[in-house]
Design a protein around this ligand. Sequence first.
Ligand SMILES: Nc1ncnc2c1ncn2[C@@H]1O[C@H](COP(=O)(O)OP(=O)(O)OP(=O)(O)O)[C@@H](O)[C@H]1O
Length: 329
Amino acid sequence: MTVSALELVSVTKAYGETVAVNAITHNFASGSYSCLLGPSGCGKSSTLRMIAGHEVVTEGDILLGSANITDLPPAKRGTAMMFQNYALFPHLSVVDNVAFSQKMQGVERKTRRARAMELLELVHMEAYSERVPDQLSGGQQQRVALARALVTEPQILLLDEPLSALDPFLRTRMRAELKKLQRELGISFIHVTHSQDEALALADDIIVMNNAVIEQSGAPQQVFNAPTSEFVARFIGGHNVMKTDAGLMAVRTDRVEMARSGESTGAALSATVRDVEFLGSVVNISLDGGATGDLIATLPDSRFFDQPVEIGESVFLSWKAEDAHHLAA
Ligand SMILES: Nc1ncnc2c1ncn2[C@@H]1O[C@H](COP(=O)(O)OP(=O)(O)OP(=O)(O)O)[C@@H](O)[C@H]1O
């Protein structure tokens, strides 16, 4: 199967007066894992639902390869959606849940059950085929929902907060399984999340949304290392946003060097230790940077404990010029 790229061209969604998505343009590369990342209400689910065909596009176009799919019904688009609550039919067995869409297409029973069993094997759920959803754990229900979405052989799988119903341990495990599945199938996954960690761990391409627009997109390392706006620097986490004479700047908290007062450094800033938080492998030191604002220095635990600082102590902070990035306000 050839997998096409998906393109959003100036796509807008308005619900009456509310503009949920405002003229966004983005190219999702074929066979890539993309995460739509942003806070609640930024328009990511509306974007996903328009791609799926569950929501009418107010303006703009959605192109899949050379086809304009903007106005096609969901089943004719080459996309499939996996919902947050999995939306399994409670009275149908696992295998019948997975085979359901083929039944609707008139595929004969034996063929559709065989195909459903193939998909259940793919997600390691073949042993549970005759159970009903209530007899499965959250993680198992999610696997069945995945199999059900994939049975239609979509070019693009759309996932709306697929991991949010799982406990933290299972979430990390399923995250790895989603990524592996996407790699094996070679189709595109577009995954909506408000979790920075999830997006950084999974995505080839992160699309950060805020207030109905795309603030920044790119590879995880690129977005994390060089946020271009204050919003992205704060939302992606791990950054200090500093007020300087040259405007707002971002520096990763783990790129801040800390020296004690009196030591000779090319210090950029003096600051006072406000708090020390031990996080296992690293220690976060909260600092009062005066007019520059509050900062955090993240040190490896061994470095911190070699020369621990006390709350109230004065320190000098510095960083390499290339680690500081100008931010749009
Ligand atoms: N059916 C609807 N009718 C009216 N307004 C809506 C509707 N669906 C969403 N909205 C509004 O559109 C905006 C974007 O909503 P959307 O669900 O796309 O955001 P989101 O980023 O996915 O948020 P969340 O993470 O909370 O699901 C919000 O202001 C929301 O209140």
